[in-house]
Design a protein. Sequence first.
Length: 91
Amino acid sequence: VSKNGNMVSISQTTGEKTEFDLPDYSLVKHAPIYSRNLCIIPFADGTLTGINIKNGSLEWQIETGKPITGFWRVGKGFMTQDVKKMLRYYQ
C-alpha cells in the first residue's frame, strides 16, 4: 500500500502483480496492519478500511470522525489514537 492509497498484491509463488482500486479517502497515514486475509489501512482523514488481500474488495470501513495520529497492532486487534489523544481498541 502506497501513501496515496494504491494497493498492489504480488504472488509469492508466481510473482504475478495485481493492482487494486481502493476508495480515495486521503493519504495513508500509518503502515497498514495485516490480519488473516485483511489489510487494515488507516487513512489521514480518520477512515479505517479492511481490504481483502486476495481480491481487493472492501470488507469493512469505520469512520472515526477525527484524524488518526497513532495506529498499532495490539493482541488480536488494533488500537488507534486521534488528535485529541483518545485511544480506541478494535477487535
